[in-house]
Design a protein around this ligand. Structure first.
Ligand code: AMP
Ligand code: ZN
Length: 480
């Protein structure tokens, strides 16, 4: 599989360092509220990435942390009059529920930052011993950016920008440091932190966010691992700082590959609560759409392109045209699957684990290959639809239909798409051979092959069934 690497700015082949398991880390959610659909764009595409690797025969080890201590989690737990632990547990559980609905595979490990504070303290001590960190008068500890000469490589910061203090590196409460670009490894306890502080050799306080990920990566993936990932907003300063911390400590390259996902926009702009365009899965469901429909929209654009989630139509009504389109697309795929299934004799579709052993995706192999080529999800979807047009279930033998269905489901598994029930219920009641003829007629109609469509209508009629066109598609009813 090939994927764009932010560090080298090129598409590179992926291969595991240990020759066996592809080991990667994704920066996880900050658990202080529900994740929004932008966060889920990132998590869903990381999930397609993992599925595509696994289905190509490459085992993985996926670590994704929970950021359960930082300025936002502390602030909002206090506002809710809850302990930090109870508050972040609540939002962690909600995140898991949303992830399950969106068919995200659970990471193999999901470490929490709070549970790894001793690891973070040990790393700070090491950085101080090696001359990369210093204690400020208030008891905070800062990373000395000038001590790490490769700093800025990932985000291509030049020295001038660094001296001026690149945007994002400085926050109000970080004033006791030698240089504006230095960042906090340990934040001294302040009254507004309440009970949320830990003992350290430098006094009471709490870890800096960047350090949390470095410590958890090192603990579970070692000094060097295969790939590190997050949304594009994490390139700077978060990932730049992670590299500075980890590589200064270990002397080894932190990750061989950096995988960043471009942001989701809503109606052409950034999502924000004040603009009223901030959506969670719960809101999407309340509007009558499913998690599978949202997932379909989220994978419909390439991860290196911004995805514009269209929520409002031209008149400004919140009608979610993107999700409506996804609903139709999934229905088409479900109808195709029903036709294949009828022909193949309703053999059971293997579960994900079993699909991992399927080698030949038959007519769907091209779609699978598109995923191997820089995770091109829109190309993969395009090829899935071409294949569903080319494969004519009615002209296949049961064995051929079964094989095509396996290939089809292998691609669906890589994309993590679950098919909805076929909306036209009457199709399910008609015998399989009638359902097949009706599907073939629908295909003929959409190809404007009216003669063939009429012939199929007559054939269906000759077997005792009437096909009626409806707004959604068609219905099959027995004659009289
Ligand atoms: P957070 O919970 O804020 O730590 O973010 C979790 C993940 O979502 C990170 O990888 C972010 O980079 C990513 N992310 C945040 N906003 C967006 C967005 N609008 N589109 C895509 N990914 C995002
Ligand atoms: Zn991180």
């Amino acid at each position: 599989m090939k994927l764009f690497d932010t560090m080298s700015r090129s598409v590179r082949e992926l291969s595991p360092r240990d020759g066996q398991t592809y080991r990667f880390y994704c920066c996880g959610p900050t658990v202080y509220g529900p994740a929004h659909i932008g966060n889920f764009r990132t998590f869903v595409l990381q999930d397609v990435f993992r599925r595509s690797l696994e289905l190509s025969g490459q085992p993985t080890f996926h670590v994704r942390n929970l950021t359960d201590v930082d300025d936002k989690t502390i602030r909002d737990s206090q506002a809710a009059s809850m302990s930090l632990g109870a508050f972040t547990d609540l939002w962690r559980d909600r995140f898991h529920t949303d992830c399950d609905k969106l068919s995200l595979l659970r990471p193999h490990l999901e470490p929490s930052a709070v549970a790894h504070i001793p690891h973070q303290i040990a790393m700070i001590s090491e950085l101080m011993e090696k001359g990369h960190a210093y204690r400020s008068p208030d008891g905070s500890v800062y990373y000395r950016v000038s001590s790490f000469s490769p700093y800025g490589r990932l985000s291509r910061l030049d020295q001038r920008e660094l001296k001026e203090g690149a945007s994002g590196a400085v926050t109000d409460d970080e004033y006791d440091k030698d240089s504006v670009s230095d960042f906090a490894l340990w934040k001294a306890r302040r009254p507004e932190d309440g009970d949320n502080f830990w003992e350290s050799p430098w006094g009471e306080g709490r870890p800096g966010w960047h350090l949390e990920c470095s410590a958890m990566c090192r603990e579970y993936l070692g000094d060097s691992f295969d790939l590190h990932s997050g949304g594009v907003d994490l390139v700077f300063p978060h990932h730049e700082n992670e590299i500075a911390q980890s590589e200064a400590c270990t002397g080894h390259v932190m990750a061989d590959h950096w995988f960043h996902l471009t942001h989701l926009l809503v109606d052409g702009g950034k999502m924000s609560k004040s603009l009223g365009n901030f959506y969670t899965l719960e809101q999407i469901e309340k509007a009558g759409f499913s998690a599978a429909e949202l997932r379909y929209v989220l994978i419909s654009a390439h991860y290196r392109q911004p995805l514009n989630f269209v929520a409002r139509d031209q008149d400004g009504n919140e009608s979610f045209p993107a999700l409506q389109g996804a609903r139709q697309a999934l229905q088409r795929l479900a109808r195709f699957d029903a036709a294949l299934s009828a022909k193949a004799g309703n053999v059971e579709i293997p579960d994900y684990e079993t699909l991992l052993t399927v080698k030949d995706g038959a007519s769907f192999e091209g779609a699978f290959e598109a995923l191997q080529n820089d995770l091109n999800t829109p190309d993969a979807l395009g090829r899935v639809f071409s294949a569903t047009k080319q494969v004519k279930p009615e002209s296949l033998s049961p064995a051929e239909a079964a094989k095509e269905r396996l290939g089809f489901h292998r691609v669906l598994a890589a994309l993590g798409l679950e098919l909805p029930p076929v909306a036209v219920e009457a199709v399910a009641e008609a015998p399989p051979e009638i359902a097949l003829l009706a599907e073939a007629r629908r295909e003929a109609k959409s190809a404007k092959n009216w003669a063939e469509a009429d012939r199929l209508r007559d054939e269906i009629a000759s077997q005792g069934w009437i096909v009626k066109d409806t707004k959604e598609g068609y219905e099959l009813c027995p004659k009289n």
